[in-house]
Design a protein around this ligand. Structure first.
Ligand code: PAF
Length: 280
């Protein structure tokens, strides 16, 4: 497995793969790989002839006071995990390699980025779409793999790809969970023992909301059910709980029907997000 530090190395390696007629898959990550990432990696390796994993803690998607400095970084372990799954290339650029010092272009998706996490993390999705667009231009993959735990990110990246005519198929992959239901996340390692025990309540609350939705509850009623169940765990400080249309991400309010129930909540200093989808 090759580890590339520069865009040129990636371009050369992918060009060589393409010249052999191989299809190319990309899994964009910020490293600190866990089972959620590895499920994306396995799928890329399975579905594509040549698979690339990017590992880059992207500063432009972190706001002031967020965990950019504390974000876990362990390239050696990450690279071993990728190699073990048969990844062909890991792209691990520096910030200077990724962003030109005169960089002045931002890729910004409107509307879809305004609610949910976007309402609480100003500029976050601009950082995500800008770096993902750059990664798509560097790697030029046929397929790119994203976890549905970050549902809003998935929808936003899919819209960007459609609107900018980027020839890549966006694949959304199911959330991977610990045995007790907690969604796999690089930030779970910030939790202390007491917080870790409390953490599965978030998924339990979302499941209660999903049951209410299937029984015909409106978006607003579903949000109330989720808030009630989450409120049983005093360590949680909810940031938002929303039942939204799966395509437009607009809140359902007094309507019922297919929905994504999404929530963000703090456990101590750690911000967790999760969601469940209720089909029609
Ligand atoms: O989901 C992530 O880890 C990041 O937002 C991504 C897609 C790698 C962009 O930096």
């Amino acid at each position: 497995m090759q580890i590339a530090r520069t865009k040129q190395e990636v371009r050369d390696a992918v060009a060589a793969a393409r010249s052999e007629g191989l299809s190319v898959g990309l899994v964009p990550t910020m490293g600190a790989l866990h089972e959620g990432h590895m499920s994306l990696v396995r799928r890329a390796v399975e579905e594509c002839d040549y698979s690339v994993v990017s590992i880059f803690v992207n500063p432009t998607q972190f706001g002031p006071g967020e965990d950019l400095e504390a974000y876990p970084r362990d390239l050696e372990t990450d690279a071993k995990l990728c190699e073990g799954e048969g990844v062909n290339l890991v792209f691990a650029p520096s910030v200077e390699e990724m962003y030109d010092s005169n960089s002045c272009t931002v890729v910004s998706v409107k509307g879809l980025t305004e609610g949910l996490c976007g309402a609480h993390r100003p500029g976050h999705f601009d950082g995500v779409t800008t770096v993902v667009c750059k990664l798509f231009n560097i790697v030029q993959p046929d397929r790119a793999y994203f976890g549905l735990k970050d549902y809003q990110q998935f929808v936003v990246v899919r819209a960007m790809t459609r609107d900018l005519d980027i020839p890549v198929e966006i694949k959304g992959c199911p959330t991977v969970r610990e045995e007790d239901g907690l969604a796999a996340s690089s930030r779970n390692r910030y939790l202390n023992e007491r917080e870790r025990r409390a953490a599965p309540k978030l998924y339990e609350a979302l499941l209660a909301g999903a049951r209410a939705a299937r029984e015909g509850a409106t978006g607003r009623e579903v949000e109330r059910v989720v808030a009630e169940v989450l409120g049983q765990e005093p360590l949680f400080r909810p940031q938002y709980i929303r039942a939204v249309d799966p395509e437009t991400l607009t809140p359902l309010g007094d309507s019922s029907g297919p929905m994504v129930i999404a929530a963000a909540a703090y456990l101590g200093d750690t911000r967790l997000i999760d969601n469940v989808t209720v089909e029609g």
